[in-house]
Design a protein around this ligand. Structure first.
Ligand SMILES: C[S@@+](CC[C@H](N)C(=O)[O-])C[C@H]1O[C@@H](n2cnc3c(N)ncnc32)[C@H](O)[C@@H]1O
Length: 223
């Protein structure tokens, strides 16, 4: 309850000092397959063996994924290793086929997790990132001031869309699943900005172009 009042107070302050843009997307996530279904179907189709999840929490996803070798990293609970993603990548020597990023939902941490993952991803592997499609401004404000929080992970997707040697998409399912391949970018975004400073209104008006959206039914076409 105390937390709810704190959020209300912070939202009140935000009305004065923050970006004022209140258009929203109407994604109904209950109509799409879940991250668990999508991740498992990729593992099965590609015969992937090594799975890494960053940010496991109550293992809702981690415990349902079937793969020969699974590593789960979380400093608080769940998974198999109790540490932050930065500490994990510092000491890791293994390569993975599918890496699911769902740790700290800030632009700064997510782009770091993406860069580290590209280093430890097998050449035909894939990175999946949760929470890339916030529906409204409140969902993505950092620090969190609203119940449902996607954070500003979407800015890390826009940033990786500008890479030459990574090919980035956003699958429209389960709050937006970023999909990154280690290959030449097939649709490189030409944008030179401070990605942290991007506005929600820019995300709204350039949605398709920034996020490189792909319907889950067409996912096979990019593998
Ligand atoms: C949204 S939850 C993960 C949910 C889970 N992947 C699922 O699909 O059900 C985010 C988790 O990230 C963890 N986390 C926060 N900062 C982290 C970091 N720097 N490195 C790794 N995990 C982190 C939190 O402890 C929390 O358990």
């Amino acid at each position: 309850m105390k937390q709810k009042y704190k959020f209300f107070f912070k939202r009140f302050l935000y009305y004065f000092y923050g970006e004022k843009f209140f258009k929203r997307f109407n994604y109904d996530w209950s109509k799409y397959p879940s991250r668990i279904q999508i991740i498992q179907s990729i593992i099965d189709k590609k015969n992937f063996k090594h799975y890494l999840e960053i940010g496991c929490d109550r293992d809702v996803n981690f415990s349902n994924i079937k793969a020969e070798k699974k590593v789960g990293v979380d400093p608080i609970r769940g998974g198999t290793l109790r540490m932050t993603s930065d500490d994990f990548f510092k000491q890791n020597n293994d390569k993975f086929d599918l890496i699911f990023l769902d740790g700290l939902h800030t632009y700064e941490q997510t782009i770091k997790d993406i860069d580290h993952s590209l280093k430890f991803l097998n050449n035909d592997g894939v990175i999946i990132i949760h929470d890339c499609l916030p529906k409204k401004i409140w969902n993505q404000i950092v620090p969190r001031i609203y119940g449902h929080w996607n954070g500003d992970v979407w800015k890390a997707i826009v940033h990786s869309r500008t890479y030459t040697n990574a090919d980035t998409y956003t699958c429209v399912a389960d709050h937006g699943l970023g999909v990154i391949f280690k290959r030449k970018n097939r649709n490189q975004l030409d944008l030179k900005v401070n990605f942290k400073n991007l506005k929600f209104s820019e995300y709204y008006y350039n949605h398709e172009k920034f996020m490189n959206l792909i319907a889950y039914k067409n996912l096979d076409s990019i593998f």
